[in-house]
Write a new protein. Structure first.
Length: 306
């Protein structure tokens, strides 16, 4: 082959290679445009890789703590403040006391059902007390029980209260405690088996099996209220039974959540019941509440003249 032929062949080969390269670049550019990507030169890539963007003035690098935030070191001359202690938890926080009106509505029908009380006293602890601690009534009970030789007292709707013991300690020589719940009487009898002058009986306060005029003092802590919650007629029947078993000039002592204006109507017929409200004492409740408890001393008077 001559030098001229070699030169022409080399130029032809170079021309073909250049054309192929140009065609490949054109194809690559077309594909990039279709995908929405603009080709970037090697110089631009190198510049982006080697150049790190510096944070603008006033901005902080990611991961650095801001001044005043937790974990930031105090600046020179700034005092280190100890974190404030956690506040003590109030053990009564969130406790809601049910209002009397809500409690009455909740148990309005259940209170008239003996099965409710049986189930209630099965679940209740043995030392459960309604309303006031019986000792809060001791001074008043002594006023009517002390010095009465052979004085017999009756506690109605006792449940598992310590009230019969307080009545006995106040001066009553013989105390009878009744409740409609067999469980309540069984638990109370077992708890006070050493108390010889207290008798425990299962009995309905609306239908008592006692002689007329048998007791000088009748004590009622929440029994009247419980029956009234269930039935007004039953409450009136219970008052009538109390008047029957109460001796002449005897006293019926009631602890109630009902205000005087609400309870007075049940004693407004002295000709039939021979009962008259003699004294009213207001007691504050053991737990926060809007209304106090009331103690009513109701006297059985003699027959009225026509």
């Amino acid at each position: 082959m001559s030098s001229t032929d070699y030169t022409e062949s080399t130029e032809a080969t170079y021309s073909t290679t250049a054309d192929e390269t140009e065609e490949a670049e054109s194809t690559e550019q077309t594909n990039s445009e279709k995908q929405g990507v603009m080709p970037v030169s090697n110089e631009e890539n190198t510049e982006k890789e080697t150049t790190e963007e510096e944070p603008k003035e006033g901005e902080e690098k990611e991961g650095e703590a801001k001044e005043g935030e937790e974990g930031a070191a105090p600046q020179e001359g700034e005092e280190h403040k100890e974190p404030e202690p956690e506040p003590e938890v109030d053990p009564l926080e969130g406790v809601v006391y049910m209002k009397d009106e809500e409690a009455k509505e909740l148990t309005l029908n259940a209170y008239g059902d003996p099965a409710y009380w049986e189930a209630r006293y099965v679940a209740e602890p043995d030392n459960f007390e309604w309303y006031q601690d019986p000792e809060a009534l001791s001074y008043l009970l002594k006023e009517y029980c002390e010095g009465g030789e052979g004085l017999k007292a009756l506690v109605i709707g006792n449940g598992m209260s310590e009230l019969p013991v307080v009545v006995a300690n106040a001066g009553a020589e013989a105390v009878t405690a009744i409740d409609i719940s067999k469980t309540a009487i069984k638990k109370s009898r077992r708890a006070h088996k050493e108390s010889e002058n207290i008798t425990w009986k299962v009995m309905d306060a609306c239908n008592m099996k006692f002689e007329a005029g048998e007791f000088k003092v009748v004590v009622d802590k929440a029994c009247f209220d419980s029956i009234l919650f269930g039935s007004e007629n039953d409450a009136k029947q219970m008052i009538s039974e109390v008047a029957r078993v109460l001796a002449k000039k005897g006293v019926y002592i009631i602890v109630s959540c009902y205000a005087p204006q609400d309870i007075q109507s049940y004693f407004d017929n002295p000709a039939e019941l021979l009962l008259k409200v003699e004294k009213t004492v207001e007691l504050q409740k053991r737990l926060p509440s809007e209304a106090p408890h009331y103690v009513y001393v109701v006297r059985k008077v003699g027959k009225l003249l026509n």
